[in-house]
Design a protein around this ligand. Sequence first.
Ligand SMILES: NC(=O)c1ccc[n+]([C@@H]2O[C@H](COP(=O)([O-])OP(=O)(O)OC[C@H]3O[C@@H](n4cnc5c(N)ncnc54)[C@H](OP(=O)(O)O)[C@@H]3O)[C@@H](O)[C@H]2O)c1
Length: 315
Amino acid sequence: MSKKIIAVVGATGAQGGGLVRAILNDPSGGFTARAITRDVNSEKARALAKLGAEVVAGDVDDEASLQRAFTGAHGAYCVTFFWAHFSPAKEQAEAAAMARAAKAAGVKHVIWSTLEDTRKRVPISDPRMPTLQEKFKVPHFDAKGEADALFTAAGVPTTFLLTSFYWDNLIYFGMGPRKGADGQLTFALPMGDKKLPGIAAEDIGRCACGVFKRGSELIGRTVGIAGEHPTGAQMASALGRALGQPVSYYPMPFDAYRKLGFPGADDLGNMFQYKHDFEKEFCGARSVDFSRSLNPQLQNFDAWLAANVQRIPIQ
Ligand SMILES: NC(=O)c1ccc[n+]([C@@H]2O[C@H](COP(=O)([O-])OP(=O)(O)OC[C@H]3O[C@@H](n4cnc5c(N)ncnc54)[C@H](OP(=O)(O)O)[C@@H]3O)[C@@H](O)[C@H]2O)c1
């Protein structure tokens, strides 16, 4: 039987790249990977082609290009890139374009990489955190959660995949430990004593591959994934073990985080407060056992650190 094509948006990035590699590393899994990129000649696109992916041009801001890229595919992995533009409206327009393109192309199974609409638990009128961009609490969450309905309305068979905090943020987004004037390392995270579901970015794609392999079982369902649910203090201890020197935990206040001044600090400050205030619900939506059933290679934080600690910049 010929293999089914999975068309992957964001294939040169973290989530999509993990999925392309997971499909290519599983030759008996029944799928082939079609990597969608805006630049088929980039170094990352050529590396995927070398691994065996079909590489095609597509842009989430160009619906016709998406429809071409989805045509003939059994499945499509749909993800948006909030941090490229910081616009919930743009993110929703991109989700709508992907949903319509998947429907028009007759895709049988879409995975939409989504997050909670936090306003269902923290209405705009709730003063515990500031309202951002007039109608959001956590714009990069709320826009995705609201966009779930676009896939349903388009009539595409969809699995709604709730992702988790990438531990890779410690490498790429300056979220790693910092050295104080006394030489001591501190890991700051605005999570108080609560658990933060996290995941190795590469494992998101592996879990998504597991979702496609389940066939129609998870269509119409919302499923959450995480590699572990450590507290900030547990993350600091694990960092200390991996680095070979003590790391203390600083539970940064939400307001201090919101005021850090980098673009999106207010959005992330609200995000951490939401995860803190709704720990039970947020963790409950992301079962580690279920994630491992999709992806037996799933890493916990210690395993991720063992492979990546050397790449974490200490500032
Ligand atoms: N960081 C976290 O902890 C975290 C956790 C959960 C969810 N998320 C969400 O993850 C999403 C980003 O996913 P990611 O981390 O996989 O992204 P990423 O690693 O930043 O990858 C972005 C890739 O997407 C492609 N891309 C960018 N704009 C595009 C466009 N207009 N059309 C087509 N492709 C485009 C780029 O590929 P080309 O240049 O090759 O086209 C790029 O390689 C965000 O919405 C974020 O909210 C992040």
